[in-house]
Each structure stands twice: as structure tokens, then as C-alpha cells.
Write a protein that binds this ligand. Structure first.
Ligand code: SF4
Ligand code: SF4
Length: 304
């Protein structure tokens, strides 16, 4: 079983469209329904929008703790408000209360309270889902606004997807990673056999690509680069290619801008299924074949 993670330095670069197209292309090979999908962008999961899966299971995700003040024993001394470094405790008319969004769960107030009026409670930070898509099971989640522990939720999504693939002897896990270079990205990328970095040919896009490549390099994860919307700013594309050449990263594909990608999303289909002969689909197929070659998964490109 191999793990492919699709990453980019920022959101909106086309990671999800690629993940959906790859799931579709894998289903066209002898490995039909042999993929497991994981949407690790728990702050803005949207692979389900393209794949329109059927929900099978869901459960609460408990992440972190929140302080709660017992008004019946609180003496309104204000010590907790003074010790809270997150400005999460406020009072009105001498009643002290914790803002659960601002509370970091550090428990400093619990130790400070002279009347033992503060208790830490586990909080529900999000929701975890297992769905069936037409190409294979999809593991996804949503972190509630203002909640912490996105890295922990990403790890949960990935671990469950990986276990499913191992249990059912599936060949591939495709992880649609979160944007950026923070903790959720590291959680999404850990253990991956290959990272596909989606770069855009803009000034910021080049900078974002360098940062994410430094991250994958730091964790010794082999990486390929693809340039999305490569034709909208040829100079930017050349800069990405030059950087990759100088630093020995392979540019595995250049995908042209095509409104068919948005149309396909609106229709709830991967672009390779919606318009298989569009230039963008042909470019994604070429990229897919390079990715499969890098992962040493054979016989996945015949007939595409
Ligand atoms: S647990 Fe920490 S962050 Fe939360 S209210 Fe208490 S002191 Fe503030
Ligand atoms: S430290 Fe305890 S007693 Fe004092 S205001 Fe806070 S909750 Fe109330």
C-alpha cells in the first residue's frame, strides 16, 4: 500500500480537483475501487463536493479541554481573569465566565482559583465522517470554527484511511492535504511515500512552493512538483521550473487553465470524468502517469 499526499503552500491551487481526478483515473485501471481517499483539509474539507459520497458513519471529535466556572461557589475574586494569558475570562456584574472559543485549555485558572470553582471539560472540537464515494471510501472531517487540534484531527482522518487500506489490501491512499506548512500539513504528510506539490505561477506561488518543498525535504518525503494554470503567467512558470531544476526537484506536469475544471466541480464530477479529452484532462492524465511511475504502481495508465 502506498500513500500519496497532495500539498500546496496555500489554498485554492487545485489540490482537491487533482485528488478527485486521480481517484477517477485509478478507478479506470485494473485497480478499480482499490483506492482510499482522505480529505485532510479539516478546516475546509471539499473533496466531498466533487465526489458527492454517501455518508456511512459519523462521530464527534473531542480535542482539547475548556475551563468552566461554577457560579455557585465562585467568590468573584478575579484571580482567574488575572492569570489567564489568553484573555478568555471576563466578568459582567461580578459574574465570571469563560469564553470557550478563546480558552486554550491550559488550566492555569484551575490552579489559581482559591475556591476550586473551575473544572476542565473535554470539548467537542469537530466531526469525523466515513463516506462511500464512487471510487472508494472517503475519510473526512470538519473542525468547528475557533477550535484547536486540527493536527490531531488530520492524524485521525489519515490513520483511519490507512487502516482501511491495509485491512482491505487496497493499493493506494490519496490524501488531499491542507494548505500551508503548519502542524496539520506535517500530520497529513507524515508517512507519505510521495508528496505532489501543486504550485501556481505567481510571485506568491513560487514562494509558497519553496516553503512546502523545504518542509517535505525536512521530513525526508520525496516530492514531485506540478504547475497548475501554467499558461496564465509563463514567466512565473519558468521561475518555478528554474528553481526545481537548480534544486533537483522534478516538475512532473504542467496543467493549463481551463474553465472545464470549475464546470466539472459544479456538476459534482472530476474533470477527467466530465471532459476526458479536454487539454486539462490530458495534462492531468500525463501527470498521473508520472506519479504512478514514481510510486512504482504498474499498469495504471494503459488505455487512458
Ligand atoms: S484554561 Fe487557560 S486559557 Fe482557559 S480560561 Fe483557564 S487560564 Fe484561560
Ligand atoms: S478565581 Fe475562582 S473564585 Fe475567583 S473569580 Fe475565578 S472562578 Fe471565581
Amino acid at each position: 500500500m502506498k500513500q500519496l499526499v497532495i500539498l500546496s503552500g496555500k489554498g485554492g491551487t487545485g489540490k482537491t480537483s487533482l485528488a478527485a481526478a486521480f481517484a477517477h483515473l485509478f478507478s479506470q485501471s485494473p485497480f478499480a475501487n482499490r483506492v482510499v481517499l482522505a480529505d485532510a483539509d479539516v478546516d475546509a474539507a471539499n473533496l466531498e463536493l466533487v465526489l458527492q459520497p454517501r455518508l456511512r458513519e459519523q462521530e464527534d471529535f473531542r480535542g482539547g479541554q475548556v475551563a468552566v466556572i461554577d457560579e455557585s461557589t465562585c467568590t468573584s475574586c478575579g484571580d482567574c481573569e488575572a492569570v489567564c494569558r489568553f484573555d478568555a475570562i471576563h466578568h459582567t456584574d461580578s459574574l465570571y465566565a469563560v469564553d470557550p472559543i478563546a480558552c486554550d485549555g491550559c488550566a492555569a485558572c484551575v490552579y489559581q482559583c482559591p475556591s476550586e470553582s473551575i473544572t476542565m471539560f473535554e470539548q467537542v472540537a469537530g466531526r469525523f465522517y466515513v463516506s462511500d464515494s464512487r471510487y472508494g471510501p472517503l475519510y473526512h472531517a470538519s473542525l468547528y470554527p475557533g477550535r484547536e487540534n486540527s493536527g490531531k484531527l488530520v492524524t485521525l482522518v489519515k490513520q483511519r484511511a490507512r487502516l482501511r487500506a491495509l485491512d482491505e489490501h487496497r493499493e493506494l491512499v490519496i490524501v488531499d492535504g491542507p494548505p500551508g506548512i503548519g502542524c496539520p500539513v506535517i500530520a497529513a504528510a507524515s508517512g507519505a511515500d510521495l508528496a505532489l506539490i501543486v504550485a501556481e505561477p505567481t510571485a506568491a506561488g513560487v514562494h509558497d512552493m519553496k516553503r512546502i518543498l523545504q518542509t517535505t525535504e525536512h521530513f525526508h518525503i520525496p516530492a514531485l512538483v506540478c504547475i497548475n494554470k501554467a499558461d496564465i503567467y509563463p514567466l512565473g512558470t519558468k521561475k518555478i521550473e528554474a528553481y526545481c531544476w537548480d534544486n533537483e526537484f522534478q516538475v512532473a506536469g504542467k496543467i493549463p487553465f481551463d474553465e472545464a475544471v470549475t464546470e466539472a466541480m459544479v456538476h459534482g464530477e472530476p474533470v477527467t470524468a466530465y471532459k476526458p479529452n479536454a487539454p486539462v484532462s490530458r495534462a492531468i492524465i500525463d501527470l498521473w502517469c508520472s506519479v504512478m511511475e514514481s510510486l512504482s504502481i504498474q499498469n495504471t495508465c494503459m488505455g487512458l
